[in-house]
Design a protein around this ligand. Structure first.
Ligand code: PLP
Length: 240
């Protein structure tokens, strides 16, 4: 318990230091504690240490944990993983934010379910700027040079933004694992630049949030403009 509190304090200090370095306020950065594969008791310990945002990446796990922790009314669930259409109902019902809209099909599907439920779900659109095959998201690996790629992405964002009950908050990406710092920084910077371009093209969209940065790279992400960092192992320890 004490240990968890210290780990969270350390993460908060790291966020503050990175924000200060970048001339930003730490208050503009939301810490999402990624609790996937961790127990309800682990989540309660983090909650008692002041964390309110939790990240999960399996629909069934989110459903079980949100039922178990239903009494904690100010706890916010962020779904951060790839979502299959047939598993989307628990997300429409229980998530407070979804970070991985990676195709139009899932956006359409969620929007319909949300309308039936009378819920609204803020979303991030997942973007692949690194071009890695293993990464999900809309392909923006060459957006600066490819007029077609930019255009296709803009059309996709317009389509998603027009869907009822699914407000677009911003963009999300994952940096390459075990890459040199310069490569990681470049991915985050290019996502921020894409976001700036997008918001110039669609000023009424106001989708300026950036979900980027994990335990190993969230300081770099904050220096490059992250508003939401998704931190798992630095808070909860390893998962295997
Ligand atoms: C697991 C996961 C994280 C957290 O990873 P850590 O390295 O443990 O901080 C962040 N984002 C996504 C999408 C994840 O799946």
């Amino acid at each position: 318990m004490e240990n968890k509190k210290q780990l969270i304090e350390t993460v908060h200090h790291r966020i503050q230091r990175a924000a200060a370095c970048a001339g930003r306020s730490a208050e503009d950065i939301t810490l999402i504690a990624v609790s996937k594969m961790k127990s309800v008791n682990d989540i309660i310990a983090a909650y008692e240490a002041g964390v309110r945002h939790f990240g999960e990446n399996r629909a069934e796990e989110l459903e079980q944990k949100s039922a178990a922790l239903n009494d904690l009314k100010d706890l916010q669930w962020h779904f951060i993983g790839h979502l299959q259409s047939r598993q989307s109902m628990p997300i429409a019902k229980f998530a407070h934010c979804f970070h991985a809209i990676d195709r139009l099909k899932i956006a359409n599907h969620l929007s319909r379910q949300l309308q039936e439920l009378g819920h609204t779900l803020p979303v991030f659109i997942e973007v692949n700027v690194s071009g890695e095959q293993s990464k999900g998201g809309f392909d923006c690996a060459d957006w600066e040079n490819s007029h077609d790629q930019r255009g296709a992405f803009l059309d996709a964002v317009k389509t998603i933004a027009a869907l009822p009950n699914l407000p677009v908050r911003g963009l999300m990406t994952m940096a390459p694992f075990n890459a040199p710092e310069a490569d990681i920084r470049s991915v985050f910077r290019r996502l921020r630049q894409l976001s700036e371009w997008l918001n110039t093209e669609l000023p009424e969209l106001d989708a300026r949030a950036l979900s980027m940065g994990m335990s190993g790279d969230f300081e770099i992400a904050i220096e490059e403009g992250a508003t939401h960092v998704r931190v798992g192992s630095a808070i909860f320890g390893g998962r295997r």
